[in-house]
Design a protein around this ligand. Structure first.
Ligand code: ZN
Length: 490
């Protein structure tokens, strides 16, 4: 059994998040005083914060028979005794009236229909039947609607606890039927104190600094932090700062920052190896991507016209989406690396690295193209020229470019605002992209330009670049579409 499961809370007072503990106390106190109990609950928040544990504690609390089994509990005592038959059955997952359903694998309408049939049956042993539906946002919309009907006409003696990491994906109608408890990312102190308890019980001699390092890496998740402690503690039974860092792979600079530098510098090989290493070490790749996007966002806010960063953010967002459906966990990141470092691969040491090594490079013969400072305005001024250069190569690409607008340019990367998804898809194809990249390079006198696209709102008529295309934008779009379809049909 993992340490996380071994030390999962068994009572309300053991719930790790203060806000959750307080909310549960309030509702259960009211229940044991007046008999009022919400029949539908929504536990929302990131994974690893104890939503399922809390749901089980709720199931035990309302069904506990007290030690000895004959409702021997003191009046108003809402804590489960963890000794009676009921409590033991729930803890071990054997209680027939407490159903845990994983919506990720039972997401269809038939599963929910079946559930609705069974919901009508009275509980067999417990006072209350409890349905714990995990990852409830994974239900198909049809299934979610069927569930909603059940929530609207709640059968007596039945409680639903819907758990989700992505409440935004639930229909508002479902959310509004539920009493909601938000599980917010744990604070550092919350996690450290939990780690201290686990370490003590496991007889792992850990110093506070080491636990803080692990707690930080757990990034608000008890589960992740405890998993790290487990890896660290199992090796020696002792844990200091160096040991904690070793577990995290910090000595090999295993961090989103390092990874992004590799991609930014175009070092695809090292970046791929880096991902392989993360997989081996059991790093949560989704969380890793989240961190990467956060880092890039911070950089973007400091440098809003940097199209390269914007492009990387879009690439990572796409990779993040893909992690939900991929059969190979690291594949989305690998695609991201290949897509975002290919044009740079022949020229390592680009922008970020360039800044850092500025001093050492000054002694070398400076490359002229790196001395020039590029302005977006210049790009916009020359945009008509770029389109002119594209035209002889492919006039449908030129037509597509007529309804785009340069949004960012730094001499290396150009971000174009595109106003129709259809255009974006076409322009993003390898063939079209290359044509434009080459033309931009020719006109601006640089090489290795990389193109990024951003889907924007409908074009503003007042923009400087828009003047070029003021006449007949829509006609161009239609014509471009026709051209492309013709070209592809051949
Ligand atoms: Zn009990």
């Amino acid at each position: 059994m993992t340490l996380y499961l071994k030390y999962r809370p068994q009572q309300v007072s053991e719930l790790d998040l203060t806000s959750v503990r307080e909310a549960m106390t309030k509702y259960l106190e009211s229940f044991f005083k007046d008999g009022n109990l919400p029949h539908a609950w929504l536990f929302s928040g990131p994974r690893g914060l104890g939503k399922t544990s809390a749901a089980r504690i709720l199931a035990k609390a309302i069904n506990c028979q007290g030690p000895g089994g004959k409702d021997t509990k003191a009046k108003g005592d809402f804590e489960p005794c963890n000794e009676c038959e009921m409590c033991i059955a729930v803890t071990s997952g054997a209680a027939v009236d407490i159903m845990e359903i994983d919506a990720a694998s039972n997401r269809g309408i038939d599963d929910i229909r079946e559930l609705r049939e069974k919901v009508r049956l009275a509980p067999m042993k417990a006072k209350y039947k409890v349905y714990i539906i995990d990852e409830v946002h994974m239900l198909t919309s049809e299934a979610a609607n069927a569930l909603l009907k059940t929530l609207e006409e709640p059968p007596g003696n039945t409680i639903f606890v819907l758990c989700t990491t992505e409440p935004d994906r639930l229909p508002e109608t479902v959310i509004s039927r539920c009493t909601r408890i938000s599980f917010k990312k744990a604070t550092l102190e919350d996690i450290v104190s939990k780690l201290e308890r686990v370490a003590k019980a496991e007889k792992i001699e850990a110093d506070k600094q080491a636990l803080e390092i692990l707690a930080k890496a757990g990034d608000g998740s008890f589960r992740d932090a405890i998993k790290l402690l487990e890896q660290a503690g199992l090796q020696s039974g002792k844990l200091d700062k160096a040991g904690a860092e070793k577990v995290l792979g910090m000595n090999t600079q295993l961090s989103a920052d390092r990874f992004l530098e590799l991609v930014y510098a175009g070092d695809a090989q090292k970046a791929l190896e880096f991902v392989g290493q993360m997989v081996e070490e059991g790093i949560n790749l989704r969380r890793f991507i989240e961190r990467g996007v956060e880092l890039l966002r911070e950089r973007l806010l400091d440098d809003i016209s940097n199209g390269r960063i914007l492009g990387l953010i879009e690439g990572l967002e796409k990779a993040y989406e893909r992690t939900k459906t991929t059969a190979v966990p690291q594949l989305p990141l690998e695609i991201f690396i290949i897509e975002n470092s290919k044009t740079q691969a022949s020229k390592p040491a680009e922008v970020i690295v360039e800044k850092k090594t500025e001093k050492t490079q000054k002694t070398e013969s400076a490359k002229p193209s790196e001395e020039v400072k590029y302005e977006l305005g210049e790009m916009q001024d020359k945009w008509a020229e770029v389109m002119k250069a594209v035209r002889p190569k492919n006039h449908s690409v030129e037509a597509l470019l007529r309804s785009t607008k340069p949004l960012g340019f730094d001499g290396r990367s150009l971000t174009l605002e595109v106003f129709y998804k259809f255009h974006k898809d076409k322009l993003e194809s390898e063939k079209c992209r290359r044509i434009v990249e080459v033309a931009v390079g020719e006109v601006m006198g640089v090489d290795g330009v990389k193109l990024f696209f951003k889907l924007g709102e409908k074009p503003a008529r007042t923009s400087k670049v828009e003047n070029i295309t003021a006449e007949g934008v829509d006609e161009d779009i239609i014509k471009a579409a026709e051209d492309i379809f013709k070209a592809e049909a051949v």
